[in-house]
Design a binder for this molecule. Structure first.
Ligand code: GTR
Length: 326
């Protein structure tokens, strides 16, 4: 008996050493983002990398491939799924067709304010939505700020009637196609990188985004009216490859999750700074911000979008819980 116990102790010790070795393994992560190094999402990811590096004394490092170097958001998400890439920062919209729950924070006029959005997504609701992507091969680590999205085109948009027949570029998500339809526009889904040329060739008349994107993409140089419809606050998300995640030790998973979460307040700060800076750039560049928008006319038309996408008890419950967040 005593012998057997000793044997077991030796075996456990050996296992412990192996796990220790595993935990000490050097890890080089690769991350992708559509935007350039100065953009707040990339700065957020770089902060995440820095925290991880510091906390592991350089054992876990992260190389950030910015400026869409590894492809469009859809393409990089596919790489993450198969484990060819460790993680990606994307808008939540390209996740919509992958895991249903991500439809919820994309919904039009769901969040009453940025503050409401933060409160809802920082709570268990936000974690639940991210966790729903696990079975699809994605471990959601954090939400990053993306402000509110508004329509921009060659003329001011003051009421929903002004959207009639407009060719509106949307993100590649069925929800967005339906949302554009509910506005009376014709939806043209395409990746962000193609929109500038699409404006030039007349393939689209309008797009919708936040001010930093309107500025960074240089769209403000070709379409001058940015009308504050603020129809969606679809946030940015950081998604890690489940295939790779499952091979990490629980300690490393914890470290990575925590560093991602701790990069959030920094990213919010970068966002606020860039929002103000971008606004100045677009105004100096001759863009007009149209603030007298009849938002209610847009809001009132969104019933069919909710009816089409908020179909399961789970989705209905999430919407209700978010609405109830004070
Ligand atoms: C931006 C977002 C990008 C991309 C883009 C788009 O706000 O930061 O990741 O999703 O919108 O409209 O495609």
């Amino acid at each position: 008996m005593r012998r057997a116990m000793q044997g077991m102790a030796v075996a456990l010790l050996a296992l412990g050493c192996m796990q220790g070795a595993l935990a000490q393994q050097k890890i080089e992560l690769r991350a992708a983002d559509y935007w350039d190094d100065e953009y707040p999402t990339v700065r957020g990811i770089k902060k995440f990398a820095e925290l991880l590096n510091q906390r592991t004394n350089g054992r876990i490092t992260m190389k950030v491939f910015s400026s869409g170097a590894l492809g469009t958001e859809k393409e990089t998400l596919e790489q993450v799924k198969v484990g060819a890439l460790d993680l990606v920062r994307v808008n939540i919209s390209p996740m919509n067709n992958i895991c249903q729950e991500t439809l919820v924070p994309t919904l039009p006029f769901l969040f009453r304010s940025i503050d409401h959005m933060h409160k809802a997504l920082d709570s268990a609701i936000g974690d639940e939505i991210l966790a729903s992507c696990d079975p699809q091969g994605y471990v959601g680590l954090a939400y990053y700020d993306s402000g509110a999205r508004s329509i921009y085109t060659k003329k001011p948009i003051r009421t929903i009637a002004d959207m009639k027949g407009i060719k509106l570029r949307v993100q590649q998500s069925d929800l967005w196609v339906s949302l554009a339809g509910a506005m009376g526009a014709n939806a043209t889904p395409m990746p962000m990188g193609e929109v500038y040329t699409a404006f030039k060739t007349g393939l689209v008349d309008a797009a919708e985004n936040n001010i930093p994107s309107y500025e960074s993409s240089k769209h403000f140089e070709v379409v001058k009216y940015y009308s504050q419809t603020e129809h969606s606050m679809a946030p940015e998300v950081v998604m890690f490859s489940k295939r790779i995640w499952d091979k990490l030790s629980p300690q490393d998973q914890k470290l990575i999750r925590q560093a991602a979460k701790d990069s959030v307040p920094f990213q919010r700060q970068y966002w606020a700074e860039r929002d103000a800076k971008s606004l100045k750039i677009v105004l100096d560049g001759g863009a007009h911000i149209v603030s007298d928008v009849d938002k209610k006319s847009f809001q009132d038309a969104m019933g069919p979008v909710y009816a089409k996408f908020v179909t399961t008890p789970k989705l209905k419950e999430l919407v209700k819980r978010i609405q109830d967040v004070k």
